[in-house]
Design a protein around this ligand. Structure first.
Ligand SMILES: *Cc1c(COP(=O)(O)O)cnc(C)c1O
Length: 386
């Protein structure tokens, strides 16, 4: 049975199962070799799951540090009273250095001007700002070239206002088995780390593994792993299925706000892209739309679950609502659906009875990945922690 939890002001919500989140966190923590730290990636409001509540649950389950994408995300965690180390997975605009110092947020660094501005801001505040040096070993996104890592460090290390607390890179193909590009990236990273050591400098915590690498590549855990999507119970790729058991943390549900039996031929929604084909078709409305993360590209091409059974979504998905159809006709070969009523719980992602819709199924229908599906549902729907 689906629990009848629901916000009072809108019949639409995402359910976040914090005990599943803790179990997933523990499952990853167990995969780490002794002494290897776990950095939990909570960017984009913890992939749509709500960063503050998730950070606290993850810490209970053994997380050591946290990572976000933007300065604002880091500030929001500090405002919520979270005091554990936070890394920003980019080198933010130079104008943000004072905020970084004041809120004790570690940026990634790959340019000397930024590093020195950070040092100046820290020195002015009588502090030492920690940063992580990011190396671009082949993804061509952000970072210093491996061949220039030592020189960058030599250029900035004189500054007493900064301290290198870590050295990292990011893999582009960690989910591909026996991949040459992955091997090349790892090799370049090892060499850059070695060169920094050989030059007599500290690297801080060395880290490169994201979720797929943490699952598939025990050999390069170094000092820390950065786990994201797996904590939320989603597989990063097909190659990791079976290698680790994970429980989805997010369910997406709404309740029927109206259910009617239109005339045969009646149109449903903008453009009337669905027309009621026969008698005894019930059209029900749910207050979730594309502004809530239910992509309009899914229109007339997805199922929802009601009363433990799959039914088709029909008509174009609106900004704030969508409709689905229930065929209550009885035929010799077809077992009719029971009628739906106002207030019935509808599941878009999650389990109801014996039926389940996964973020992966929805991602496949949308032509995207589960990461984007959960991020999108985090945008506006109220989160209920269970
Ligand atoms: C997003 C991100 C991660 C986490 O990736 P997952 O695939 O979700 O584990 C780790 N490191 C960096 C630099 C990232 O941007």
């Amino acid at each position: 049975m689906v629990k009848k939890i629901c916000p009072d002001d809108r019949w639409a919500w995402v359910e976040i199962d914090l005990s599943a989140l803790r179990r997933n966190t523990t499952a990853f923590k167990r995969r780490l070799s002794r002494g290897v730290k776990m950095m939990c990636v909570v960017k984009a409001d913890a992939y749509g799951h709500g960063a503050v509540r998730c950070v606290n649950a993850m810490h209970t389950a053994g997380a050591d540090q946290f990572a976000v994408a933007t300065v604002a995300e880091g500030v929001a965690l500090r405002d919520a009273g979270i005091e554990w180390p936070i890394l920003i997975l980019s080198q933010p605009p130079i104008q943000s250095v004072q905020t970084l110092v004041e809120r004790d947020l570690m940026p990634c660094v790959y340019e000397p001007d930024f590093a020195l501005a950070l040092g100046e801001a820290a020195a002015a505040a009588g502090r030492v700002a920690k940063y992580h040096l990011i190396v671009d070993t082949g993804m061509t996104r952000i970072g210093v070239a491996p061949s220039e890592a030592v020189e960058l460090r030599r250029t900035i290390d004189f500054h007493r206002g900064i301290e290198c607390a870590g050295t990292l890179t990011h893999f582009a193909t960690a989910d591909v088995l026996d991949d040459w590009d992955f091997a090349l990236q790892l090799n370049r990273f090892r060499n850059a780390v070695q060169a920094i050591h050989d030059a007599g400098m500290e690297t801080g915590l060395v880290h490169c593994n994201n979720t797929p690498a943490t699952i598939l590549h025990q050999e390069c855990q170094f000092d820390m792993c950065r786990v994201g999507i797996g904590l939320y119970g989603l597989q990063p790729a097909e190659t990791t299925i079976g290698a680790i058991d994970l429980e989805p943390v997010m369910s997406v549900r709404g309740r029927v706000t109206r259910a009617v039996y239109p005339e045969v031929g009646a149109g449903v929604g903008y453009g009337m892209t669905y027309r009621v084909p026969k008698r005894n078709i019930q059209i029900a409305t749910v207050p979730i739309g594309y502004a809530d993360g239910l992509s309009r590209t899914l229109s007339n091409n997805m199922d929802v679950i009601v009363g433990g059974r799959r039914v088709p979504q029909v008509g174009n998905i609106c900004m704030d609502q969508f409709m689905f159809a229930v065929d209550v006709n009885t035929t010799r070969t077809y077992c009719p659906m029971p009628e739906v009523r106002e207030g019935d719980v509808v599941t878009l992602i999650g389990v109801d009875g014996d039926e389940r819709v996964t973020a992966d199924e929805m991602a496949q229908l949308r032509g995207t990945i589960n990461y984007e599906v959960v991020c999108d549902f985090g945008l506006r729907l109220q989160k209920i922690y269970v």
